[in-house]
Design a protein around this ligand. Structure first.
Ligand code: FES
Length: 155
């Protein structure tokens, strides 16, 4: 084999390997960037969030048809206080951020929503702190009741 042929062969091999490495880098970088896509977490407590429409004739929300019923939906705990009144409170405890889902870490006793982590208690009607260690009340959202449908106004 002549020197020029050896050179061409080496050059060809270099180009092929180079393309392979470059292709691998492109593939790896596209995988990396797609895996690192920024997913914005939007808290339900932020203004502009879509209102929650809860139909109490559905199995998912039928506990809200009667006073005393409560369910965690998105970022709020919705509580049916009476036939014509319901509340919606942030489900994130203001003490250290535990979830106040009444079917999990939280519980409702009388007019109190209790956090299972350290025992803070909040007024089910307006979210005010009734017992520490939490010092700040829960954000409260208006709830409209029309027939069997509760609408939590998140804006
Ligand atoms: S996180 Fe709820 S009382 Fe501590």
């Amino acid at each position: 084999m002549k020197n020029s042929e050896l050179f061409d062969s080496a050059r060809r091999e270099f180009i092929v390997k180079g393309l392979g490495v470059a292709g691998g880098l492109v593939l790896a970088s596209s995988t990396f960037f797609s895996a690192c896509e920024f997913t914005e977490f939007k808290s339900p407590s932020e203004p502009g969030e879509t209102n929650l429409v809860l139909d109490t004739t559905t199995e998912q929300y039928n506990v809200l048809a009667a006073p005393g019923g409560a369910v965690a939906v998105a970022g709020v705990v919705v509580i049916r206080l009476s036939p014509d009144r319901a509340s919606a409170l942030s489900r994130i405890c203001t003490h250290q951020g535990c979830d106040l889902d009444p079917n999990d870490n939280g519980s409702i006793v009388g007019d109190r929503l209790r956090c299972g982590c350290h025992g803070s208690e909040f007024n089910t009607g307006n979210g005010d702190v009734l017992k520490g260690p939490a010092q700040v009340g829960l954000r409260s959202y208006p709830v409209e009741i029309r027939g069997n449908v509760l609408t939590v106004i998140m804006e």
